[in-house]
Design a protein around this ligand. Sequence first.
Ligand code: TYM
Length: 335
Amino acid sequence: MQRVFSGIQPSGVPTLGNYLGAMRNWVALQADHECLYCVVDLHAITVWQDPATLRQQTREMAAAIIACGVDPERHIVFHQSAVSAHARLAWIFNCVARLGWLNRMTQFKDKAGKDREAASAGLYVYPNLMAADVLAYHATRVPVGDDQRQHLELANDIAQKFNHDYETTFFPVIEPLIIGEAARVMSLRDGTKKMSKSDPSDQSRINLTDETDVIASKIRRARTDAEPLPSEIAGLEGRAEARNLVGIYSALSGISQAEVLAEYGGQGFAGFKDALAALTVDKLAPIAAEMRRLLADPGHIDRVLFAGAARASAIADPIVAEAQALVGFLPRPQV
Ligand code: TYM
C-alpha cells in the first residue's frame, strides 16, 4: 500500500480553497492508502504567529481535518513540532538544496514581498522542511492544491541530489496528486489571487467555520464582470472571476463545468450565485457543526494529536536514522 503524506499550516481558519484543493482529497485517499496528515506548525512560524493564537489554530486545524472525514484511528493526524524527525532531516536537506533552487521559489517571492531582507531565514528554507516532511516517511503520494506543485518538484530535486551525493537509492520519487475542478480556488475579491487563509480581507474567502448567512453574503458580493455567464467553457477565457465560481460549483456538485454552463449559461450571475451559496452551505454546514463539537473538548483533540505524533515518530525515526547514517553521523544514543 502506498503511503500518503500531506500538511496544512495552522495560520488561520481553513478555507474553501484548502477543502477543495486538499482536504477533500485527503479523505478520499484513505480507502486505499496509509495516510499521514500533519498540522505544520513549524512551517507556520516562518511568518510571525501570536503564540496563543497558534495553539488555538493548531487545535482548530486538527478538528477541521477530522470534521472533513479523516479517521485519526485508521490513519495518522498529528502536529509537526511533536515529531523531531522533520527538523532533523530538514537540516540535512538545508545542506543538500542549492541556493539557486530556492531563489526560484515563487511562494517565497510572494510571501517575502518587496522587503526580502526582512523575511525570516525560515521562510527561505521552507521548501527544504517540506521535502523532509514527506521524505521522512518515504511517502510517495502527496495530495495538494496547485500552488504546492513547485515545492514538490524541488523536493524531488533534493531527494535525487541526496541519492546521487551519497550513492544510494534511499529516497523515493514523490508523486504530487493535484486533483479535481478546484485545485486552485481564487479570492472572491480578485480572480487573479488565490484564496488564502492569511489574506487580510475576510471577504476574499469562505472559511469552513463561516455561518450560513455569512457564506451567502460573501458569495452574493463576490466580484464578477457585467457579462452573462457563457454557455461554453471557451467563453470563460479572460474571465477569472466567472471561471472561479464555475469551478467551485463544479467541484462542490460533482457536475462538470460544461454541464454547469449548459444550465446557467446566458443568465446573469444573481441566480447562479444563489444556487452556489445554497450548495456551499449544504456542503460546509455539517463540517462546521462537527468542528464546533470537536472543539468543545480540546483535551480530546490534544490526545488525538499526541497519539498520532507517537505513531508518526515510530515510522519516521528509523528512516531519518538511516539518512543520518548515510551522511556519516554516528548513531544517536538509545534513550
Ligand atoms: P497551506 O496550509 O497553504 O494549504 C494547505 C493545502 O491547501 C491547498 N490550498 C489550496 N488549494 C486550492 N485552492 C486554494 N486557494 C488553496 N489554498 C491552499 C494547498 O495547496 C495545500 O495542499 N506548504 C504547505 C503545507 C505543507 C505540506 C507539506 C504539504 C507543509 N509540508 C508536505 C504537502 C506535503 C502549505 O503551506 O499549505
